[in-house]
Design a protein around this ligand. Sequence first.
Ligand SMILES: [Ca+2]
Length: 81
Amino acid sequence: MLKKVLVGGIVLVILLIIITLWIIFPFDSVSDVEVCSCTEDLDCGDFNTQEDAQVCFEYCGPEDVHRLDGNKDGVVCESLE
Ligand SMILES: [Ca+2]
């Protein structure tokens, strides 16, 4: 009887740990690969290609959080082309 309660308690603790981990690291964060940081201040120099900068701009959009599009034509970092 006591053994059953003990096993049940351990299973409950393990389940609680798994649920806690789910809350801290949700599954979608694994599949939702971060293209770039939208909070860090990035410049065109931080990207290897214009395409990379463009993808980041669209990912963080619609605001130009990194101010990569100086002339506001929707194309960022023309200098990298
Ligand atoms: Ca532009």
